[in-house]
Every structure is written in C-alpha cells, then in structure tokens.
Design a protein around this ligand. Structure first.
Ligand code: 13P
Length: 253
C-alpha cells in the first residue's frame, strides 16, 4: 500500500519565529500520526536545520527542500545542491514547482538533472506537474501533463521512478481559491497513473504516491483525498495555519 502524505509547501513565507511556533503546534496536536501517514514540511532553506531539531525523533514528520540546483557543485552563487541537502540529512526535495518553471524558467532538461542528483544523494523528489488555464479550457490537460512527465522522467531508471512522489498541481488552482473538483483531480491522477503503468508496469505505478495541490483547505481535503488515485496533498496557503494544516493531516484517509 502506498503512503498517504500531507505535504506543506511554505514557499517564501513566515519568519523563523512563526515557523517554529507552527511546527511546535503541529507536533503537539499530532503526538503520533496514524496509519503510517507521512507529514512532509517543505520549509525555506535557512529553516531546514532549525526545523530538523524540532522534529527529531518523529519519523512521521520529515522535511523537504523546496528546490535544489540542477548541477552538482561549483561557482553558482546563491544556489543549493542536492549533496548539500543530503549532508544535513534532508530526505525530500520539491522539483519542478510551476512557480519555478515560470519565474526561474526552469526547463524540463534541468528538472531531469535535478531528479537524477536527488536520487544520487538518496533524496526523494516530489516532482510537480500541472496544466495552465488555457490548456484546461481549450486543450488536453492529461496530454499536457503526460508530456511534462515524459520530458523530465524519461532519463531515469525504473528503480528510480519507483521511488518518486508526484504532485499534480493545476496552475489555475494554485493560490487562486479555485480547486479542481474532486472528479477532475481523480481523472488527472488516474491519467498520470495510467501513464506510469503503461511505461513502467503496474507494480511500480501502484507504489507511487500522487499528491494533489491547488487551494487544498480543511473544507475540501476530505473529499479530494477520498479519491482512489489521490494519495494526499501538497498544500501552500493552508499549510501556514496550524488549524488548517492540522485538519488536512486528519483528512488523510
Ligand atoms: P496553494 O495551496 O496555496 O494553492 O498552493 C499550492 C501549491 O503550490 C503547493 O505547492
């Protein structure tokens, strides 16, 4: 059975004082996460080692970086490598978030390199995909998302694919308050799983958690997470509020 995951993406939000308080509140409210569920907190780089101290001894909580660089090391001022993340014990990294694809012009080939570097350092990538509004309205969203997967996953070995977490985040639903309907989410997650099954076989496809992201809130999480191919969420805005994210953790089936 694949893991059910509640992942928080803080993006570029919160002071460390606020973040510290938020993590402590979550730990207090969830003394033990049930059913093998996993909570992953993608906090800004400067908070990773600080947050690691707070969650020490809690295997049900883990940290993710929000990004890593697509090259292994060198004269790249301001960048952070996968090996640096591994050296401080980070086990997860978000790769290919739509905000980075858009604002940093990250290319599918760079994302493929990031994925490979993560795997080289035993970091599980959370690979993001999702279509923009014009594709949702006038195009073929499952074709678009499948093409994103082909463009960045094709160079990976099947054993690596089997370790991946995928996050489907329709761009039109991110930070807009518009959520994909439960049926739209399931339809896209099934299309992703079908692609994985056709390409890598049914046992690998069955093992890969596919998270939904895009205006997940306490009020819609239960319905979205109840879909057979939705394995939890990657949550932005609502993950910054203890009550909200706590309810989202509880909504994992
Ligand atoms: P929101 O939950 O704020 O829509 O953000 C989703 C997201 O981008 C998570 O990575």
């Amino acid at each position: 059975m694949r893991k059910k995951i509640a992942a928080a993406n803080w993006k570029m939000n919160l002071s460390w004082k606020e973040g510290n308080e938020l993590i402590n509140q979550l730990l207090d409210r969830h003394p033990a996460i049930n059913n093998g569920h996993q909570v992953i907190l993608a906090v800004p780089f400067p908070y990773l080692t600080l947050a690691a101290k707070l969650i020490a001894g809690r295997s049900d909580f883990a940290l993710a970086a929000q990004n890593c660089y697509h090259l292994p090391a060198g004269a790249y001022t301001g960048e952070v490598s996968a090996s640096m993340l591994a050296s401080i014990g980070i086990k997860y990294c978000v790769v290919g978030h739509s905000e980075r694809r858009e604002y940093q012009q990250e290319t599918p080939a760079q994302l493929a390199d990031k994925l490979q570097l993560c795997f080289n350092h035993a970091i599980t990538p959370i690979f993001c995909c999702g279509e923009p509004l014009p594709i949702r309205e006038n195009g073929d969203p499952s074709r678009y998302v499948t093409d994103q997967l082909i463009a960045s996953l094709s160079s990976l070995a099947p054993e690596q694919i089997a370790q991946l977490i995928i996050a489907y985040e329709p761009i039109w639903a991110i930070g807009t308050g518009k959520t994909a309907s439960s049926a739209q989410a399931q339809e896209m997650h099934l299309a992703i799983r079908n692609y994985l099954r056709d390409t890598y076989g049914s046992s690998i496809a069955a093992e890969i958690p596919i998270l939904y992201g895009g205006s997940v809130k306490s009020s819609n999480a239960t319905e979205i997470f109840a879909n057979p191919d939705v394995d939890g969420g990657l949550v932005g805005g609502a993950s910054l509020i203890a009550d909200e994210f706590s309810a989202i953790i509880k909504a994992l089936p």
